[in-house]
Ligand binder design. Structure first.
Ligand code: SAH
Length: 253
């Protein structure tokens, strides 16, 4: 049996109870970059720990095949295998592909969901992913591909019509992603934010109008992993922060 387990967005206590149970019981843990060391430490001391290398969704095919083969091989040895992935295994995590690979070879699998970064980062940054008056649709988008290349098949006009857009793997292309959204009809002053190292002690949040965000992020020297959040609901963050500051002051007074 192979468990495809979501580790959550960063902080080790944001894994699910079921996910942690699977890690503790595993004979083999195959893990990605960005998995918190405390989660790896939860595995049995005699468990085989295999680092699956390069970050995330867009690993090269050779490496992906090696990982897939290893999962099959260990499962066929009768071992309990955990494939531990950041966030949710099936949100830009290749969990679906790995599940298909296993199923095609008759290896049983389960998917243990995780808190995906969009959800974790917005919670940690006080941005409601949907908000009563401002959100009827949320889009989760990969910003991995150069927006000006033919690999990028994003429909920018459709995206500009969403209430909230969360872009994963897009920090490198932030300036062009912002430009594409604005060219597709989003007002240049749409509230937007970058949340880096979300839910971890050194989390950074930069919020700025969409047209200024890339420059602000560059000045601040923000580095990946980070998500970009665009939409009116980002405006709620400032309101929540000022209200909670005054609430805290009220307690002190
Ligand atoms: N399966 C994961 C996403 C993997 S793709 C999930 O459900 O969240 C990798 C991308 O996730 C990174 O490029 C970044 O955009 C985002 N990411 C992962 N961890 C993050 C963190 N702690 N803070 C901000 N973004 C993060």
């Amino acid at each position: 049996m192979v468990s495809l387990v979501g580790a959550g967005p960063g902080s080790p206590d944001l894994i699910t109870v079921r996910g942690l149970d699977r890690v503790r019981a595993a004979d083999v843990v195959v893990f990605d970059a960005l998995i918190h060391p405390d989660l790896l430490a939860a595995a049995r001391s005699d468990a085989e720990m295999v680092y699956a290398g390069k970050r995330g969704y867009c690993v090269g095919s050779t490496l992906q095949e090696t990982i897939n083969d290893l999962l099959v091989h260990r499962a066929r040895q009768g071992l309990r295998v955990v494939r531990l992935k950041g966030g949710d295994p099936c949100v830009f995590g290749r969990g679906g592909e790995e599940a298909e690979y296993l199923a095609e070879r008759g290896v049983s699998f389960e998917i243990v969901p995780g808190v995906t970064t969009a959800v974790g980062a917005c919670a940690a940054a006080s941005i409601p992913l949907t908000h009563r008056d401002v959100g009827q649709a949320v889009a989760l988008v990969t910003g991995h591909f150069d927006p000006d290349s033919s690999d990028c098949t994003i429909d920018w006009v459709a995206l500009a019509g969403m209430s909230t857009v969360v872009v994963y793997m897009g920090l490198r292309h932030l300036d062009r992603i912002a430009a594409k959204l604005i060219a597709a009809g989003l007002p240049a002053d749409t509230p937007a934010a970058v949340v880096a190292r979300a839910t971890l002690p050194d989390q950074v949040v930069i919020d700025a109008p969409l047209e200024d965000l890339a420059a602000r992020v560059e000045v601040a020297g923000v580095t990946a992993p980070a998500v970009i959040v665009v939409g009116e609901s980002v405006r709620v963050r400032a309101r929540l922060l000022s209200l909670s500051t005054s609430a805290a002051q009220g307690v002190l007074a």
